[in-house]
Design a protein around this ligand. Structure first.
Ligand SMILES: NC(=O)c1ccc[n+]([C@@H]2O[C@H](COP(=O)([O-])OP(=O)(O)OC[C@H]3O[C@@H](n4cnc5c(N)ncnc54)[C@H](OP(=O)(O)O)[C@@H]3O)[C@@H](O)[C@H]2O)c1
Length: 330
């Protein structure tokens, strides 16, 4: 079968579209005929193999695992012996460790049934970005109806879902994005949109109960100015530029730990977790028309995954970048 492989460390240009053996499901896995996949920063953050220390885990000379891609939607073709929730023919979406391929295996617990009314491309856009937005706002940000939330990076994959989930949770939503995305973010239901090329939310008088920060481009001190005395800064994302990123992240974590001892403001850093229950809930919201996947760029073919990744690495992708997989890839 055809798949995208990651044979060596580097940028998007090291990725290859190649023939690889079709996978076979383990006893706790489902084999999926992939119909669509989507791109997330987690797919490419490790690609450069930097800092080099990470190669102790990833592979010293080259990556030990060359498969890539997480978000997947498709049709179940075969199931492992211990699978109880799915059967061949079911349409599913969720997380696979090797989604950029014609067939992919996934654990049962990382999948949900795709609602019939939700297309494969809409479903493939959901997993990582949507459950990050949902878990961040609902569980870690503890966003309540009537509260004021600011979504920094509102036009990206996570941000476009976060704006919509925050409205579902009943919050007053301010989105931050660049000029070309102002109308897009407004169309998702944001009550207010700040164009960061003109205005800096950390220098305004407005105070937020929750800052849901996908961009990570302001210091903790700057963000604190825009928070209520008991507000939360949820550190979701970091800048896409890899230069000095680990040092910046560690510095921010240390500062957050120290600050949270001295103030009633909260600064949690969180890692979203794959959850079949959350996937199913998001699928229901989508089937009910309350939430949609924002796909404004043309759909990519499987062989074009490197282009899609290069676009996201540049830091200004709009909504979700979706890959369509079909017989043309055979
Ligand atoms: N913690 C977790 O569990 C978790 C899970 C998933 C993702 N993440 C992280 O969350 C972040 C966002 O992920 P994503 O999938 O949404 O990425 P993405 O789709 O690539 O989002 C990029 C967006 O960032 C916006 N942006 C760039 N510079 C900005 C700035 N200075 N101010 C405000 N917005 C800016 C861009 O909008 P403009 O074009 O308008 O600038 C673009 O739409 C990434 O760092 C990712 O690694 C964390």
């Amino acid at each position: 079968m055809k798949a995208i492989v990651w044979p060596e460390y580097g940028g998007a240009d090291v990725l290859r579209y190649e023939d690889v053996p079709k996978p076979a499901p383990a006893s706790d896995q489902v084999l999926i005929r992939v119909r669509a996949a989507s791109i997330n920063p987690v797919d490419w953050r490790m690609m450069p193999g930097r800092p080099r220390l990470m190669r102790l885990f990833l592979g010293l000379q080259r990556p030990k695992s060359t498969s890539i891609g997480r978000d997947v939607a498709g049709t179940v073709e075969a199931v492992g012996t211990s699978i109880t929730r799915f059967q061949p023919g079911d349409e599913v979406f969720g997380i696979s460790p090797a989604a950029f391929a014609e067939w992919a295996c996934a654990r049962e617990a990382a999948l949900a049934l795709k609602p019939a009314s939700v297309d494969f491309d809409q479903a493939a856009a959901i997993p990582v970005a949507a459950y990050t937005a949902l878990q961040g706002l609902r569980d870690h940000g503890q966003l309540q109806s009537g509260q004021r939330v600011l979504i920094n990076g509102a036009a990206g994959g996570v941000g476009t879902y976060a704006v919509q989930f925050a409205k579902v949770l009943g919050a007053h939503v301010t989105g931050v994005c660049s000029t070309r995305n102002v109308e897009l973010v407004r169309s998702l239901g944001a009550d207010r949109v700040i164009d960061y090329t003109r205005d800096d939310f950390t220098r305004e008088h407005e105070r937020y109960d929750l800052i849901f920060d996908c961009a990570g481009n302001h210091s903790l001190a700057e963000c604190r100015r825009a928070m209520t005395p008991t507000g939360t800064l949820l550190m979701v994302g970091v800048p896409h530029d890899p230069k000095g990123l680990i040092v910046k992240i560690l510095g921010r974590m240390m500062e957050a730990m120290l600050r949270s001892k001295l103030t009633k403001q909260r600064f949690p850093i969180f890692m979203a977790k794959s959850s079949a229950a959350d996937l199913a809930y998001i699928g229901e919201l989508m089937a009910a028309g309350q939430v949609k996947s924002v796909i404004v760029e043309p759909r990519y073919r499987l062989r074009e995954v490197p282009e899609a990744i290069a676009l996201q690495m540049a830091g200004h992708a709009r909504g979700k970048l979706v890959v369509i997989v079909g017989p043309e890839d055979a």
